[in-house]
Design a protein around this ligand. Structure first.
Ligand code: ZN
Length: 575
């Protein structure tokens, strides 16, 4: 966001308009700042295109104009000419399609950036290709730098199924230490250079609870197990502020290149918040960020309260809580036992005793709660606890009646509890990509009956609920095309699905678009500021080479984001 826009928003703030108080229901940004000039020159006009506005009153348009970061016109090509004078930047977007800027409602920005520096070996079919991938990656690491990666798994290789060892990689990493955990995370590949730095030799004894795999003569092979990984972890480069800030910047750029105009960070530590503020001040925000603080820092959050920048580029407003685990690992808390295990999962993260005082304080201070709940027992418990907190704190003491407390993931919701989301005003924040991955094993975990209300998007929409769609990147790719596709296709990326995947729970393309635009804005109290293409809102646009509202479903995945615009500024452009 360029600083040139700051004075405008300072001015809006001075007049008490919504740019600095988006929760205020009776004010809207825009209009007041407009100064009449002879030609109504806009800063930016996009025309000769199809625009999906996410605004039900004017669902499509041909042209849009913005001035000082805000939309001043939405309509036809002919009308747009009134704004195309002077030094306006007018872009003929023939063949392209413009959407209200996409929002990823659940992401971990630092992890997204970190991923770009760490090689992922998930899903590679052979040992040979895995080694080749490592070699290609290592070629770009400077001498002395660490070659890091994760996710290799020999069980899935079709050529040779054995553990990797130093002999596979020493040839191209003589001057670079290497550390790569296996997919399970409890063993790793290291190379000779890493063992030199760690002082591991044939004389080094195995640590308690760990083992260096060895040749018959005692020489370590470079495959290390459990606690033997620790000596390498200890000498990995420290996570300095510069390292973390670089990760944030990379995450911002990667997201902008995919078309995200905002991500909502589900757990950003205050250390990262401090770095984000630097990035904002330095004018390097490639998209907006809305963040929740991890529950471990709840006390600080409750003391500091909400923090936001006047340009709405960075907003810290929530607390992120974890209640249960995941379905794949059978850690999600179910009401009845797993269909493939004799237990019903775990609620062993934040306990009710720990959480309730945080809920009370959050009601009094206007803090949004975002809770990770996956199984139906976790969902039901949280509905109970939210309700209990609402009743415990007298309404007169609430900072606002407009709570918008969220549940993240909320994967399994029986019909009776779906209705309680409506009654309690709880927002479901869900990841379409999780469903098309999880549905491969969900029938085993849940059995047939429970699948009828697993990832139940259309049932929630039918009840009038706004689903905030997100990716949970870096757990998933974090690509709006995949989220949109998963929401409408509810099939694997290759188009296949299985009995029990409940295709009727997929949503229409119109709904999917709202799940990535207007509804996430609501989830961040920003629906008066952004989320749709309307006069007075921020000029946040995602521009694709394809019309994902009409092309064949499979083609959604090969569409390309060609331009990302945030607050009227182009933050990504494909050459
Ligand atoms: Zn997450």
């Amino acid at each position: 966001m360029p600083r040139s826009t700051y004075p405008v928003f300072t001015l809006l703030c001075a007049f008490g308009l919504a740019a600095c108080s988006p929760e205020s229901p009776d004010t809207a940004p825009g209009n007041a700042a407009a100064v009449e000039t002879a030609c109504e020159q806009a800063d930016l006009v996009l025309y000769n295109t199809t625009i999906y506005t996410s605004n039900a009153d004017q669902w499509t348009a041909e042209a849009v104009a913005s001035k000082d970061g805000q939309i001043v016109f939405v309509g036809s090509n002919t009308e747009a000419e009134e704004y195309m004078c002077g030094s306006v930047q007018a872009l003929d977007l023939e063949g392209r399609t413009v959407y209200a800027g996409f929002t990823d409602s659940h992401q971990h920005l630092e992890g997204v950036g970190r991923r770009t520096k760490t090689l992922s070996l998930f899903g590679i079919g052979t040992l040979q290709e895995t080694v080749q991938t490592i070699e290609d990656w290592a070629a770009n690491i400077p001498e002395g730098g660490w070659v890091q990666g994760r996710g290799w798994i020999e069980r899935e290789w079709t050529d040779e199924q054995r553990f990797l060892n130093k002999y596979d990689v020493d040839r191209f990493t003589a001057d670079k230490p290497l550390f790569m955990p296996r997919a399970d995370g409890v063993s790793a590949l290291v190379n000779t250079k890493a063992m030199e730095l760690a002082g591991v030799t044939s004389e080094t004894p195995d640590p308690e609870g760990g083992r260096f795999e060895r040749e018959l003569d005692g020489t370590p092979t470079g495959y290390v197990l459990a606690n033997a990984m620790n000596v390498f972890r200890e000498i990995l480069p420290p996570e300095t502020d510069a390292y973390l800030k670089d990760n944030l910047l990379r995450g911002l750029r990667a997201n902008a290149s995919l078309g995200w105009t905002q991500t909502q960070d589900a757990g950003m530590s205050y250390r990262l918040v401090g770095l984000m503020k630097e990035i904002h001040e330095e004018g390097n925000m490639a998209h907006r960020v809305y963040a929740a603080i991890p529950v471990q820092e709840a006390a600080t959050m409750l003391q500091r309260g909400r923090e936001t920048t006047s340009d709405d580029m960075f907003d810290v407003r929530g607390i992120k809580v974890f209640i249960d685990g995941t379905l794949g690992s059978r850690g999600a808390a179910l009401i009845d036992n797993y269909s493939d295990a004799d237990h019903n999962g775990f609620m062993n993260r934040t306990t009710k005793e720990e959480l309730m005082p945080i809920l009370y304080a959050s009601l009094r201070q206007g803090i949004q709660i975002e809770t990770h709940v996956i199984g139906d027992r976790a969902v039901r418990s949280l509905l109970d606890w939210y309700d209990e907190a609402y009743n415990y704190v007298p309404r007169s003491e609430w900072a606002s009646e407009d709570l918008r407390w969220r549940m993240e993931h909320a994967q399994i919701i029986p019909p009776s509890d779906q209705q309680r989301f409506v009654e309690l005003g709880v927002l479901p924040s869900m990841q379409p990509s999780h469903a098309i991955g999880d549905l491969n094993f969900a029938p085993d975990r849940l059995g047939r009956d429970r699948l009828s209300y697993a990832y139940p998007w259309q049932q929630l929409v039918d009840r009038g609920l706004m689903i905030l769609a997100g990716s949970d990147a870096p757990v998933e790719e974090g690509d709006p095309r995949i989220e949109f596709y998963a929401a409408v296709a509810r099939s694997r990326l290759n188009g296949t699905s299985e009995a029990g995947w409940h295709p009727e729970l997929a949503v229409s393309r119109e709904t999917a678009l709202l799940m990535l635009t207007l509804w996430p804005a609501h989830g961040a109290f920003q629906e008066d500021l952004r989320g749709s293409i309307e006069v007075g809102k921020y000029a946040d646009f995602t521009i694709f080479d394809n019309d994902i509202m009409t092309i064949p479903v499979a083609d959604i995945l090969t569409s390309e984001n060609v331009m990302t615009i945030v607050g009227g500024e182009i933050t990504f452009q494909r050459n």
